[in-house]
Design a protein around this ligand. Structure first.
Ligand code: PBG
Length: 323
């Protein structure tokens, strides 16, 4: 006597009845890159199918999102000018602030999450204030808080700090609460690794460090228990959602976090993961649609509920076609 596992695989109806993990467009968060200027919709060469968009061209993408049922974005801004302290990041009329206001004007129901970091805005490309060769943790916290507050004031629905300074969630939660933004949640990039998979993003966001690397603040790819400490501290400091980033090479970390913590978990399916699939598909080596959907399903199966992905619009369209 043996168990016939194949009985429940006989046709799509029964397969779909026993399916444990369902990926839905409402799980996706779509990254958007806003640039200064007008009438710009320029494909990002390192991220085919994604665009640098001036504020006046955001509407097209928002409409595309609505068509396929993607309802949330994470915003990145590429400023015209950079300086030592990343002042463009907290300027009331900075690129991100303008983009937030514009999206809310187009459709107030689009959920706007903002990436809070300094690397796109600093002349040295690091994620904080530099003293000598080092990023000063505590001084950076003041800036992170200031940036987060300016995003909330512009109308952001959720704040997502990605700098990896210690104590940032506490600093941001405090300033938001003091200024009447008690209901703005924080999604913490808690287990953010110092990963080579961010390569295509740094080209897209022009945020590569001008000297050194990010190893003194982002996590060592070899560590998973340390990730649990990072997550625990972020939850204690007030994070509502925690994130693991990148996703695919760190599915074990997502699973560990899922088993240990009860807050919602987000995963960032980063630029390098996306670019690899795109490149392999272009070379005719894989079936892009099946690989992309399998990748997203695996991230969800590992324990993430939300997935930040450059595939959001395309994958949502594929999922609709399958229904
Ligand atoms: C900013 C930030 C980065 C990414 C998201 N926010 C780059 C970095 O840390 O170097 C990477 C996203 C991606 O690769 O898709 N700190």
């Amino acid at each position: 006597m043996f168990r016939r596992h194949r009985r429940l695989r006989q046709n799509e109806v029964v397969r779909s009845m026993v399916r444990e993990t369902i990926v839905d467009p409402s799980d996706f968060i779509y990254p958007l890159f806003a640039v200064e200027g007008t009438n710009i919709k320029r494909e990002i060469s390192s991220l085919p199918g994604n665009y640098h968009l001036s504020v006046d061209r955001l509407q097209e993408v928002v409409e595309e999102m609505r068509e396929v049922g993607v309802k949330s974005v994470i915003l990145f801004g590429i400023p015209e000018h950079k300086d030592e302290c990343g002042s463009g990041a907290y300027d009331e009329n900075g690129i991100i602030q303008k983009a937030i206001r514009k999206i809310k004007e187009i459709d107030k129901n689009i959920y706007v999450i903002t990436d809070v970091c300094m690397c796109e805005y600093t002349s040295h490309g690091h994620c904080g204030i530099i003293h000598g060769e080092d990023v000063d943790n505590d001084e950076t916290l003041e800036y992170m808080a200031k940036i987060a507050l300016s995003h909330a004031k512009a109308g952001a629905d959720m704040i997502a700090p990605s700098d990896m300074m210690d104590g940032r969630i506490d600093a941001i939660r405090t300033i938001l609460d003091e200024n009447g933004y008690k209901n703005v949640p924080i999604m913490a990039y808690s287990a953010k690794y110092c990963s080579a998979f961010y390569g295509p993003f740094r080209e897209a966001a022009d945020s590569a460090p001008q000297f050194g690397d990010r190893k003194t603040y982002q996590m060592d790819p070899a560590n998973s228990r340390e990730a649990m400490l990072e997550i625990e501290d972020d939850i204690d400091e007030g994070a509502d959602i925690i994130m693991v980033k990148p996703a695919m090479p760190y599915l074990d970390v997502i699973r560990m976090a899922r088993d240990r913590f009860d807050v919602p978990i987000a995963a960032y399916n980063v630029s390098g993961e996306y670019a690899m699939v795109k490149a392999a598909a272009k070379a005719g080596l894989i079936d892009e649609k099946r690989v992309a959907l399998e990748m997203l399903t695996s991230i969800k199966r590992a324990g993430a509920k939300m997935i930040i992905t450059y595939y959001a619009i395309e994958a949502a369209r594929w999922l609709r076609e399958q229904m």
